[in-house]
Design a protein around this ligand. Structure first.
Ligand SMILES: [Zn+2]
Length: 215
């Protein structure tokens, strides 16, 4: 999938591996939408709760929740700094301090990989909101890998806090999700997401070491 340069500074979680998107133009029609919406809701609540509980103690700054503009379809979503949303994408908009995602992106991964996809996409975009709340000196030039690391910290921390329950197969689903949204080449420049090994490694660093391991 092609990433819009306009949003590159914010985020672009885009399935560069077209296998996650292949086969249909309308994946939303092939999932249990109620179940997926419930997972989205749980992922939002668990991620927000984790950072509400732990951000201040970790970084000695106050935490405010970003707004969740939620799911859109195609281009029918919130604009960020005047730019329309990109179909089949998820992003954090710094100008509006909100997260949004295309439900078709969620649905394709939900169907082909599993519910961990939804948790990872939301926790990753939330990671960009966390970066926006950090001292700039703590924001890595490898911003996408740092967002993966912060996602690992939040999801593992939420599991430890009891906000979410880890099911058998979740860690494999998370690894498959990271592989599906990875670049085919290693990280070299700011806009890169990193290859599959780098994304999985970044997520694990956060899951094992917590938020401070990510900065
Ligand atoms: Zn990102």
């Amino acid at each position: 999938m092609v990433i819009a340069a306009a949003l590159a500074a914010a985020c672009t979680t885009t399935a560069s591996d077209s296998s996650a998107a292949a086969g249909t133009t309308d994946p939303i029609q092939q999932v249990d939408r109620a179940a997926m919406s419930q997972d989205e809701k749980t992922a939002v609540e668990a991620t927000d709760t984790y950072w509400r509980r732990h951000f201040a103690e970790q970084f000695e700054r106050p935490y405010t929740s970003p707004r969740v503009a939620g799911g859109y379809l195609g281009t029918d979503g919130p604009r960020c700094a005047g730019q329309p949303p990109v179909p089949f994408n998820a992003f954090y908009c710094p100008a509006g301090d909100f997260l949004a995602w295309d439900e078709n992106l969620m649905a394709s991964g939900y169907q082909q990989i599993g519910d961990a996809w939804v948790y990872l996409i939301i926790a990753h975009e939330w990671g960009h909101a966390i970066q926006a709340r950090l001292d700039r000196a703590l924001v890595s030039v490898a911003a996408e890998l740092q967002a993966d690391c912060l996602a690992g910290a939040a999801l593992q921390g939420a599991a430890q806090d009891g906000s979410i329950t880890v099911e058998p197969g979740d860690s494999e689903e998370l690894a498959r999700t990271l592989a599906a949204v990875a670049d085919d080449y290693p990280w070299t420049t700011e806009s890169d997401h990193g290859n599959a090994e780098q994304r999985i490694s970044a997520f694990d660093t956060g899951a094992r070491g917590g938020p401070t391991a990510c900065v």
